[in-house]
Design a protein around this ligand. Sequence first.
Ligand SMILES: Cc1cc2nc3c(=O)[nH]c(=O)nc-3n(C[C@H](O)[C@H](O)[C@H](O)COP(=O)(O)O)c2cc1C
Length: 195
Amino acid sequence: MTNRRFLFVLGSSRSEGNTELLAREAAEQLPADAEQEWISLAEHPLPDFEDLRHDSDHVRPTEGNAALLLDATLAATDIVIASPLYWYTLSAHTKRYLDHWSGWLRTPGLDFKPSLAGRTLWGVATLAHEEAVVADPLIDALHHSAAYMGMRFGGVLLGNGSKPGDVLRDTEALARAKTFFAREAPFARFPYETE
Ligand SMILES: Cc1cc2nc3c(=O)[nH]c(=O)nc-3n(C[C@H](O)[C@H](O)[C@H](O)COP(=O)(O)O)c2cc1C
């Protein structure tokens, strides 16, 4: 874990919800020498993404939440997307953050893709549904995003709950949280790619 810097991107529309609680359970196991930065997208909202990719150059944001999130993203060795399951996929806050990656990919001078390649993407998600399989679209979205970026993928830590605090009764999720960040994070590959 030497020189690791974890960025936790909180994508819930409320603070101290189940997703954040589960992410904090997992983060407690990180060694002291692993740096942590936590940013709530609800508290640091990004503007709607504007697609300028084919009209003009995107310009590096120098102030506001976009600059904060860009700098934090570039500084992280490990990016943890902590999103509740909303309509079977990522929350809108989280999706907007990832949409901004598309602008950063096209921002001259950033080298966004080569910078993130080889780093690790992780997910933490909670859902009200009992059957975890309904979260597959969220897991696939993160996995395929990691594959596109040439990143490693550590998987998604899932927990169950509806109202804040419920996830603390999901003993299986809490047990998984204990070892989540210790697992191997192989390079993500699209399903059609062979070894
Ligand atoms: C807009 C919205 C959409 C949701 N969609 C789903 C869903 O598709 N499947 C599900 O199991 N739970 C769904 N839920 C329930 C949340 O996933 C659940 O309450 C979760 O614990 C919220 O995480 P949080 O406490 O971190 O905010 C939804 C909740 C909201 C507010």
